[in-house]
Design a protein around this ligand. Structure first.
Ligand SMILES: [Zn+2]
Length: 339
């Protein structure tokens, strides 16, 4: 059990969560969601978990649109206990499950759309791997790049993570070839079009949600790792997706969301290009102790499907742990330099 888990389990029955919420009330919590599904599936949030999250937010926090948090921040007056909800990619289940619940609870949200996905031009590659695993005719996969046999049957989530992590390090062409090999190895035919359970929202739905208050931002055209792109490719991803959103909705998107969103997936060059393309802010996919410190790298908490992780994020225990880590690192560094 980590120190953070110990603090959580000991302090929770004594009102520790509310104390943490009070101490971190000036620290806005920006939540990142991807998919909502009826049943548990490879880390997805279920409808009942999402409802539970919204109940907590409604009861104990101040839900705000992300863009207002960005503009409040420029005047350094973020409302206490602010929470902003964001969704990435643009899957159809946002229309089926998420938006109706957000609307019923009067909670605002922002969706970052991969425009090539919504336009029907591409099927997101992590979903291709998941489809191959879910429909595998064989129990394991043997790929040279993995250095051996990988059990898939009964080990679906881990296999998906291992194969996706490997693809993240590969170039676009290499990735395509690995995915072809995964399908072949598992005895699965590559479908001619995106299977139904991985389909995107359409622009009509998005426009209806915008008229009901949904904020829309960009998540690139094809969801590549931006730090690996040339300057020209980068401009195409940033401006192309922006243009597509403007043409299809009439909205000039303010926000951009880095695909994959981890520290290696963007850099100063990418941030400058995001700014030059006309965006006013950008979001990452990991938390940080000062989430609004850099408007072009705003930190978010991945919404987890276990309630302990969710409560730690939203009530501020994760943030306090990050601060403690910084202090202890500083002490160790000071000791190191004194020695
Ligand atoms: Zn994404």
């Amino acid at each position: 059990m980590t120190l953070n888990q110990k603090i959580y389990s000991l302090s929770r029955p004594m009102g520790g969560l509310h104390l943490a919420r009070f101490v971190t009330k000036k620290h806005p919590k920006i939540l990142m969601y991807h998919r909502i599904s009826e049943r548990e599936d490879c880390g997805r949030i279920t409808v009942s978990q999402f409802e539970h999250h919204l109940n907590i937010i409604k009861k104990h926090f101040n839900p705000v649109p992300l863009s207002s948090l960005v503009s409040q921040n420029s005047k350094t007056c973020v409302k206490n206990n602010s929470v902003a909800i964001t969704f990435d990619d643009g899957y159809y289940d946002f229309a089926e499950y998420a938006f109706p619940l957000l609307k019923a609870n009067n909670i605002p949200a922002t969706i970052f759309i991969t425009t090539g996905f919504v336009n029907g031009d591409l099927w997101l590659w992590p979903d291709q791997i998941k489809y191959a695993i879910d429909n595998a005719a064989r129990e394991s996969i043997s790929l040279e790049v993995l250095g051996g046999e990988l059990m898939v049957a009964g080990n679906e989530l881990q296999a998906w993570n291992i194969l996706s992590d490997y693809c993240l390090t590969a170039s676009e062409n290499e990735k395509k070839s690995i995915i072809r090999k995964i399908f072949k190895n598992l005895g699965v035919d590559f479908p001619n079009s995106t299977p139904d359970s991985y389909r995107p929202l359409n622009w009509t739905q998005i426009n209806n949600f915008i008229s009901e208050g949904l904020e829309v931002g960009s998540h690139s055209v094809t969801h590549p790792i931006l730090s690996k792109l040339s300057n020209n490719q980068l401009v195409r991803e940033l401006q192309g997706s922006r243009q597509s959103i403007i043409e299809n909705t009439g909205v000039y998107p303010k926000g951009f969301c880095f695909p994959n969103g981890m520290p290696d997936d963007f850099n100063e060059r990418v941030k400058l290009a995001v700014k030059a393309a006309g965006y006013e802010y950008a979001v990452t996919a990991y938390p940080g102790p000062n989430p609004m410190g850099d408007r072009f790298a705003i930190n978010r908490y991945p919404a987890q499907n276990d309630i302990e992780s969710f409560e730690k994020s939203i009530y501020g225990l994760t943030m306090l742990a990050m601060k403690c880590q910084i202090v202890s690192d500083q002490i160790i560094t000071r000791r190191g330099t004194n020695e």
